[in-house]
Design a protein around this ligand. Structure first.
Ligand code: SF4
Length: 81
């Protein structure tokens, strides 16, 4: 079946921080469209919400530099602060 989520946007969280429960909570709180879900094992990217991203950059502010990347698949660039 074709992947229907994340057509326009993809988000990557670096392996080095994806298991950080505190960062996971910050990301969950920061994103207005619930792209991040915090669990005991760290952060999960909620794929069905990816294309709701409003490119606000709040997740980049909440994470250490270069650990979260928001990719604009439609033009091949990434969101930068
Ligand atoms: S840029 Fe904004 S809307 Fe997009 S994933 Fe980050 S916090 Fe969520």
């Amino acid at each position: 079946m074709t992947e229907l989520h994340g057509v326009f946007i993809d988000v990557e969280v670096a392996d080095a921080v994806s298991g950080d429960a505190e960062l996971a909570r910050r990301l969950e709180e920061a994103c207005p469209v619930d792209i991040y879900a915090a669990s005991d094992t760290g952060v999960e990217v909620v794929r069905e919400n990816l294309d709701e991203c409003v490119l606000c950059g709040l997740c980049l502010d909440a994470a250490p530099d270069d650990t979260v990347v928001v990719k604009k698949l439609y033009d091949g660039t990434t969101l930068a602060r």
